[in-house]
Design a protein around this ligand. Structure first.
Ligand SMILES: Cc1cc2nc3c(=O)[nH]c(=O)nc-3n(C[C@H](O)[C@H](O)[C@H](O)COP(=O)(O)O)c2cc1C
Length: 484
């Protein structure tokens, strides 16, 4: 009997115009593309389809304030609308999946059902929808809304998904008879009206389109709160939340799988593809050096030691909330002064190039100790060895993007395989710290190692998004109701 095929790892590529490291675009070798032409994303598409990636991922947040938010990621400085871009990318590719991000708060379900079904048809079943609920309330004001809706946006998303799935199902396969003899164009028994009345939406009709090739376009989601866990467990096929530690990720995945069994009443596969940004060089030292150069390009406060805000600002509740939260720090909180507030020790006397002494580090609170262990993992620098500098604390606490793996192609491949083997991941949503060299290093040097290990395909075996994951086309809900 033939050996069962080894479990295969899945790779998505998260396309961020300038990569995910906030200082990456400033390196001399980084591409500075025109965000508003097709040339550049086509180039990226070609590279990753040649490398047999599962999908090209178009993330999307609508910034409330383009100028302020571009200091976080240049991705928020402006880019093309994802459905429009994906429709062009579909024409330029034949196998790779296309994951498009859309916020259900900003669309009527009928519009979203129509956009996604059209693109699934035009791409031959290669579309997935990344359901997001993020960005800030200021973004909502572009859509005649005062805010994102707080907790109600999770209920709105759930209702939206249910309505959209019924809309996708509303014209069954085989409904288009186009029978010239009888004059029957459509089979009325295969066409269904929704008559949906819910908390957020009322939708009466039929989506004027045959069911998409994948039946239901697969859904992606990221988010770790209780409400996010329930949403993803109930509806989603792929999750890419990506807790940064292996053990946390394995526990997160097990929790979602358990919830999914309970909420769906059956065992359906959910794939976990944490986001990860490999920083790749020929040697570990070279990769750490590259990481330092990336960090030197980070936008920090005009006075990165003393800070450049007023005393009132540093005394405010808002500042306190900022430095105690774990998320990325905005400008105005990117100085040794601000980081010191977070850690509980005044770091200003250290300066950017001074060394953190064991005496000083002994006063660090929990967030400071966490930061030191992150710095050690990323760079091998330790307080004991006298190699942690003030700027290491500053740069590594600004945050943003996804977990980093810093090292040689073989280091990166080993980390990915370790996560995969220990059920912390079924694959990865790969990003690059800057474009395009780092992407090409990943596809030319890391992917072949994964292929040699037998965990990643050397050629496509399917040509739909579901096909790449072995996900079956779900039954049509209306057809099931009729046959009951
Ligand atoms: C890894 C990751 C990527 C995300 N990408 C986006 C995005 O592209 N656009 C967006 O509006 N929100 C994005 N979000 C936010 C989520 O859609 C969601 O609003 C958030 O994770 C909810 O978090 P919570 O329920 O855990 O508090 C992302 C979240 C995570 C964790």
């Amino acid at each position: 009997m033939a050996e069962p095929a080894p479990r295969q790892l899945h790779l998505g590529y998260m396309y961020w115009l300038n990569g995910t490291h906030w200082g990456g675009w400033r390196l001399p070798q980084a591409a500075t593309p025109d965000a508003f032409t097709l040339d550049y994303p086509s180039k990226v598409l070609r590279i990753i389809e040649d490398a047999k990636f599962d999908f090209f991922f178009l993330g999307d947040t609508l910034p409330g304030d383009v100028y302020r938010e571009h200091y976080g990621t240049t991705h928020n400085g402006g880019r093309l609308e994802p459905f429009t871009l994906a429709s062009q990318l579909a024409l330029q590719s034949s196998k790779i999946g296309l994951a498009v991000t859309a916020h259900p708060t900003f669309y009527e379900p009928f519009t979203l059902a129509r956009l996604t079904a059209s693109l699934d048809h035009l791409s031959g079943g290669r579309l997935a929808w990344n359901v997001v609920l993020g960005a800030n309330d200021l973004a909502a004001r572009n859509f005649s809304l005062p805010d994102l809706g707080g907790e109600s946006r999770y209920r709105r998303a759930a209702e939206s998904i249910q309505v959209i799935r019924r809309l996708w199902d509303s014209i069954e396969d085989g409904a288009y008879l186009q029978d010239k003899e009888t004059g029957q164009y459509l089979d009325p028994t295969k066409i269904h009206r929704l008559e949906h009345q819910g908390e957020f939406f009322s939708v009466a009709g039929t989506l004027p389109m045959r069911r998409p090739p994948q039946g239901h376009v697969p859904l992606l989601y990221a988010g770790a709160s209780e409400l996010s866990r329930e949403l993803t467990a109930r509806y989603c096929d792929i999750n890419f939340t990506g807790p940064s530690r292996l053990e946390d990720s394995a526990a997160f995945n097990a929790d979602i799988r358990e919830r999914a069994r309970r909420l769906r009443g059956k065992d359906e596969p959910i794939f976990f593809l944490p986001g990860i940004t490999p920083v790749i060089e020929d040697t570990r030292e070279g990769a750490v050096h590259l990481f330092d150069r990336l960090n030197d390009g980070l936008p920090v406060d005009a006075d990165p030691v003393e800070g450049d805000q007023t005393e009132d600002y540093y005394a405010s509740e808002g500042f306190r909330a900022l430095v105690t939260q774990r998320g990325p720090l905005p400008l105005g909180a990117r100085s040794l002064r601000s980081i010191g507030e977070r850690i509980g020790v005044d770091l200003r006397p250290v300066g950017l190039d001074g060394v953190v002494t064991p005496e000083l580090a002994a006063g660090f609170g929990e967030s400071g100790r966490r930061l030191l262990s992150l710095i050690k993992e990323r760079t091998d620098r330790t307080v004991e060895a006298g190699t942690v500098r003030g700027k290491d604390l500053l740069h590594n606490s600004i945050g943003g993007g996804f977990p980093l793996v810093i090292g040689t192609p073989s280091d990166v491949a080993s980390t990915l395989v370790e996560w995969f083997d220990k059920d912390a991941a079924d694959g990865f949503n790969i990003q690059s710290p800057f474009m395009l060299d780092q992407l090409e290093l990943f596809t030319s040097q890391v992917v072949p190692i994964l292929q040699d290990k037998g965990v990643f395909r050397t050629d496509y075996e399917a040509d739909t998004f579901r096909g790449h994951f072995g996900l079956p086309v779900p039954p049509n809900q209306f057809a099931e109701e009729v046959s009951r």
